[in-house]
Design a protein around this ligand. Structure first.
Ligand code: HEM
Length: 400
């Protein structure tokens, strides 16, 4: 057994694991770990695993082996062919097209400026709760056609679900599946689906889902609820963390803030670089379906593979000075923060747009120094092992 050990289910390790990841890339890029899984840390191996979804399957997600979960209680990310394609198409018509993304941009911009102005008028506050999360909720709420209050409630439920055992065991102390464990959330989404399926306006997200239909089977209310749920769970906390990490970088390095303010075309570059060095999702899980080999290391059928996308994003073979956030990279290789291959994130365009608009509002409203973290600011990260982003950003605003 090697001296290198890593537990992907321990947040204390995953939230500060950059030097350890570099060590794995250097010494044991494909490593069998004590918990019975294989950890993959280099860019090329990550690409290979994510491309080959037959050998490295999404089936089962992070669930214990053998646990059967009904389709309406699964995440889209844990569905496999033949059901994955038709389900994914429904999420795509809801959230993916450039037309959907661009039509949401003016709303995101206006909301970002309004939120920033409100915070500035109060002299500051937590940029996570009152800016990044509020913006993300508003955009998802608009996508689903619900009020800002209702979308805030959706995010609260979403957070409770992510912190619960439902995502692994499909049950909590309260009951089984979404209907048993989170009945209010389930009822809310099913009522919304039912109401819209009856009298939908043609441009509405749910109307688009209904028009496409579920290939080969009936489109039921629980199935529409499953798609909506995946949009809320997939799109809120991740985008909040993305924007949080991006703003944190600028708050810690005023020279970057200055540069983006001077050259607004750098907004897109800065957002992409933040996704690369601070990915909101740190790793993905696959299950090996047949004996295989990766970088000379055998992986047996049934073994769980932890794909270290956060580590691959900093691989020194691919990125010069990969550990550092830089605005001068020329044509960098694509990062894995939205995954790769068959399960590539359906909401990537929407998330990128939100990050860009958040940053634009932030640098437009403030010069460096006009927004800052208190000198004794304690940086804490989200307490989940597989998510990454600042827990709070209590910014002071106004002349320093
Ligand atoms: C910065 C924000 C986001 C990040 C970092 C992120 C990350 C990811 C990643 C890594 C995957 C691939 C999972 C896998 O391969 O197992 C994924 C899939 C997915 N994401 Fe996102 N996501 C973000 C925003 C969004 C948004 C805004 C939405 C919806 C509005 C969304 C909906 C989805 C869905 C439905 C899937 C499943 C796709 C499939 O399995 O075919 N995500 N996301």
């Amino acid at each position: 057994m090697s001296d290198l050990a890593f537990d992907p289910f321990d947040a204390d390790q995953t939230q500060d694991m950059w030097p350890l990841m570099a060590e794995f890339r250097r010494r044991r890029p494909v490593a069998h770990m004590p918990g019975g899984f294989v950890y993959v840390s280099r860019y090329r191996d990550t690409e290979r695993v994510l491309r080959d979804s037959e050998t490295f399957s999404n089936a089962g997600g992070m669930r214990p082996s053998g646990l059967e979960v009904p389709l309406e209680d699964r995440s889209i990310g844990e569905t496999v062919p033949p059901v994955h394609g038709p389900i994914r198409r429904l999420a795509m018509v809801a959230a993916q097209s450039p037309r959907i993304v661009e039509s949401a941009r003016p709303f995101a911009r206006e909301t970002a400026f309004a939120l920033i102005d409100r915070l500035a008028a109060r002299g500051g506050g937590d940029l996570i709760e009152h800016f990044s999360l509020a913006l993300t909720n508003a955009v998802i709420g608009r996508l689903l056609g619900v009020s800002p209050e209702e979308s805030a409630q959706l995010a609260v439920w979403g957070e409770e679900i992510m912190q619960s055992t439902l995502t692994t065991l499909n049950r909590t102390e309260r009951g089984v599946g979404y209907a048993g464990a989170f009945p209010e959330f389930t009822r809310y989404l099913e009522d919304l689906a039912r109401e819209r399926m009856q009298g939908a306006d043609q441009n509405d997200t749910i109307a688009r889902i209904v028009q496409v239909g579920f290939e080969g089977a009936e489109l039921t209310v629980p199935l529409v609820r499953m798609i909506l749920l995946n949009l809320v769970l997939g799109g809120t906390a991740t985008t909040r963390d993305f924007i949080g990490s991006l703003l944190l970088e600028l708050l810690l390095r005023p020279e970057l803030h200055e540069q983006v303010r001077e050259q607004p075309e750098l907004v897109v570059v800065a957002a992409e670089e933040s996704l690369r060095v601070a990915p909101p999702v740190l790793y993905l899980i696959r299950t090996c379906t047949k004996r295989s080999e990766l970088a000379g290391v055998a992986i047996e059928a049934g073994e769980r593979v932890v794909v270290g996308i956060a580590s691959a994003n900093r691989d020194e073979e691919i990125y010069e000075d990969g550990e550092h956030f830089r605005l001068d990279r020329v044509d960098p290789a694509p990062h894995f923060s939205f995954g790769f291959g068959r399960h590539f994130c359906v909401g990537a365009g929407l998330a990128r747009m939100e990050g860009q608009e958040a940053l634009r509002a932030f640098v437009d409203r403030f010069a460096p120094g006009e927004v800052r973290l208190p000198a004794d600011y304690p940086l804490a990260r989200m307490p989940l092992p597989y998510m990454y982003g600042p827990l709070r950003l209590d910014a002071e605003m106004g002349a320093g």
